[in-house]
Every structure is written in structure tokens, then in C-alpha cells.
Write a protein that binds this ligand. Structure first.
Ligand code: SF4
Length: 391
């Protein structure tokens, strides 16, 4: 192991924060990383957006970001992604088509940086990294954009306290010193949502102190214990992690035998929740293999279980016409409706219509439902079934 202190990066810092064992395997032992599908998927979408924004930046005037263009780049990049399965392919194209519809015209001259490299001095350490995109908003303001492919939407607190965005703020301050305002955005590609925040001088100073303290902790660490958690299923060292393997085997110790000991109940609840996430992610991995085989046969009978697909109907509500119909019905602005349902999916639309319908005339509610039914996009989606075979 070299005695020279390595440069820091957000990945390095966050890996140590999430799990010291993963940090040790990755950066100290330098074990080869085993990419997970979520990481591959994220890299693929980042690559496609990088490509189209480079074209936009290189073009004169407004650039048309079309569904055809993202399809072309996506299908070209797909074979290199290492991903297998129609599920990922369809999912990726859907996300990119939604993105293209929402950003149909790009002002290439406003794109200041793509995969913008930075090297930032913090105390006696250097922090390096790349920012997905930096845009000029005005002569005094810029926006730093980081794409995310998470399924779960970050909370306001997570965005406001994100170490990654604090680092990007400091980097952008150095790279674009003319910018008086720096807007920091996590763009959640799956949901088409921008989560925007800023950093004050005080918050930036605190982030600097924290980075230096974390760096010292990393330098001085003598032990690197595993920290099981929701990040494990996508950990690129899970293959050689004994704690993860024990979790998959379901080895588990009951600590809350006394229901009046609420502290023990809470601790065990958290452990069970973490294990459940890990086991569900493994189940998904195994199902993907079986689903791939079901492309060639109608039914697979293995180990006393019959696997097959059946068709179910999936209803999707396109955001703009759905929000417009509900807003008109409720006599609210579209912004108010957006705030209430943040993500436009069937459950949220049904819940909102049910709640609003309680105070409205039945004929009006029927009209709204008919209008929503008209804009809804219906698709037949294959559902995976596993059924025990009785002999
Ligand atoms: S699988 Fe989980 S516990 Fe093991 S190294 Fe990875 S993150 Fe840490």
C-alpha cells in the first residue's frame, strides 16, 4: 500500500461513509469491481445524454433533442453496456423518450460544460471529479446538473444536505467565478423531476470541514467493518463480502424477544428491513435469468415450480393532459395539482380523484374519469408467475 495520500473524490468519500468494507476492497485491496445492473443502467443513460448534449453544444442555434436521436444513440450504446434483458432496454428508452419530450429544444450556447472535470483544493487535500452538466442560466447564474437513475425520490433534506452537491458547488465557484448564483440540481431521470437546491457560504464551510474530517478518518482507519444496508444489492464487491453472503443465507439473530423492550424492537426492525432489501434484490437478479429463458418457451418447470408469463393491463397517465384535466375539474392551478401528486402514476391519480370526487357532483366526476380514461395510455405487460407444481 502506498504511503502517499491519494486524492479525494465524492465516490471515495461516500463509499467510506456507506460501508468501510467496500472502501477497503475497492481502494486499498484494489479488488476488481463487479458491476451491478443499476450501475450499468446509470452509466448507459449518462453516456447517451453526454453524447446528445455534446452534439447540442457543437451546433449553432437551438438544437432539437428528438426521440429518434436518443433512440439512435441508445441502441448504439446498448451492446457496450453489458446489460441483458428487454426490461432494461424498454425502461431505458422510455426514460430517454420522456426526457426528449420535456427538453425538445436545447440552447447549445447555454451549455457550459459536459462531464466537466474539476480539481478542488480543500485544506491540504485535493478533491477531483466530473460534473454531468453545467448550464448558463443568465449572465450571473449557472445551473449544475447531476443525473440520477434512482427509483426512490430523494427527500428535501437529502438534497439540501447532499455532500456531492456541496462539492459541486465549491467546484463550480472556482470554475465559473463570474457566477453570482449557483443552482444545484439532481435530475431524477426516471421521474422527470428536478430537485433544486443552493449552498450558503456557511454550509460550504461546514462541508469543507466535514470532508477534511472524513479524509482523516479514512487515513487513520485500522479496521474496515462491513455495513449492511440498502446499498448492498448494487455493491460492486458483494461477491466477495462474507457479511452479504451471510445475509443471503438468511442468518439472523432474534434480539427483540421481549416486546416491551422497544429499543431492541427498533434495532431488530431495522436489521430485518435491511436484510429484506438485500434478499429482494437477489430475487430480482435470479428472476431476470429465468425470465430470459422464458423468451424461448411458454413454461419452465424447475425444482417443483412452474414459471410462466401472463398478460396484465398497465395504465399510464401522461403528465401534462392528466394534470390539466384534474386542475380544470378541481378549479386549481396546474402547479397546485403537481404539488399534490408529484409523480403522476395510476395510484396517485386514483387517490386524488377519489378525494376530490367526495365533494363534487357524480356527473362531473364521471366526466373527469372519462377524460382521464381518454388520455390514459394502456399497455399489456407480461407478469412473471411462479406456481408450485403438485404431483
Ligand atoms: S455488500 Fe454491503 S456490507 Fe458488503 S462490502 Fe458491499 S456494501 Fe459493504
Amino acid at each position: 500500500m502506498s504511503s502517499e495520500r491519494p486524492y479525494l473524490s465524492f465516490s471515495r468519500l461516500s463509499r467510506f461513509e456507506d460501508c468501510p468494507k467496500s472502501y477497503e476492497l475497492h481502494y486499498l485491496v484494489r479488488e476488481a469491481a463487479e458491476e451491478s445492473d443499476p450501475l450499468r443502467f446509470g452509466s448507459l443513460l449518462h453516456g447517451v445524454l453526454e453524447d446528445v448534449y455534446r452534439r447540442a453544444k457543437g451546433s449553432a442555434g437551438e438544437f432539437r433533442l428528438t426521440e429518434a436521436l436518443v433512440t439512435e444513440v441508445f441502441t448504439r450504446e446498448w451492446p457496450k453496456s453489458g446489460l441483458i434483458g428487454q426490461e432494461h432496454f424498454t425502461d431505458g428508452l422510455r426514460i430517454l423518450h420522456d426526457y426528449a419530450r420535456q427538453h425538445a429544444l436545447v440552447d447549445g450556447s447555454a451549455v457550459l460544460g459536459i462531464e466537466q472535470e474539476f480539481r478542488l483544493r480543500i485544506g491540504d487535500r485535493e478533491v477531483r471529479g466530473f460534473i454531468d452538466r453545467v448550464d448558463r442560466l443568465s449572465d450571473e447564474a449557472i445551473e449544475v446538473v447531476d443525473y440520477k437513475t434512482n427509483r426512490v425520490i430523494f427527500t428535501r433534506e437529502e438534497v439540501d444536505s447532499s455532500l456531492q452537491l456541496s462539492i459541486y458547488h465549491m467546484a463550480a465557484r472556482e470554475l465559473f467565478p463570474w457566477a453570482k448564483e449557483i443552482r444545484l440540481t439532481f435530475y431524477l431521470l426516471r421521474h422527470g423531476i428536478r430537485l433544486v437546491t443552493k449552498r450558503s457560504d456557511e454550509e460550504t464551510a461546514l462541508a469543507r470541514e466535514y470532508i477534511l474530517a472524513l479524509a482523516r478518518q479514512m487515513d487513520e482507519a485500522k479496521a474496515f467493518p462491513p455495513r449492511l444496508g440498502p446499498h448492498c444489492p448494487s455493491c460492486d464487491h458483494r461477491g466477495s463480502c462474507p457479511a452479504y453472503h451471510r445475509a443471503l443465507l438468511g442468518r439472523f439473530e432474534v434480539v427483540a424477544s421481549d416486546p416491551t423492550d422497544l429499543d431492541a424492537v427498533a434495532r431488530e426492525r431495522e436489521r430485518v428491513a435491511r436484510l429484506a432489501k438485500i434478499l429482494y434484490a437477489r430475487k430480482d437478479e435470479l428472476e431476470r435469468i429465468l425470465k430470459a429463458r422464458l423468451k424461448d418457451v411458454d413454461i419452465l418447470e424447475l425444482a417443483g415450480v412452474a414459471y410462466s408469463f401472463t398478460n396484465t393491463t398497465q395504465v399510464d397517465y401522461p403528465r401534462a393532459p392528466t394534470v390539466a384535466a384534474i386542475a380544470e375539474f378541481a378549479g386549481q392551478s396546474q402547479e397546485e395539482v403537481e404539488r399534490q401528486i408529484l409523480v403522476v402514476d395510476k395510484k396517485r391519480v386514483d387517490d386524488l380523484v377519489r378525494a376530490l370526487g367526495k365533494q363534487a357532483e357524480p356527473a362531473k366526476v364521471r366526466l373527469l374519469k372519462a377524460r382521464l380514461d381518454h388520455v390514459a395510455e394502456k399497455a399489456y405487460v407480461p407478469r412473471f408467475n411462479a406456481r408450485e407444481v403438485r404431483r
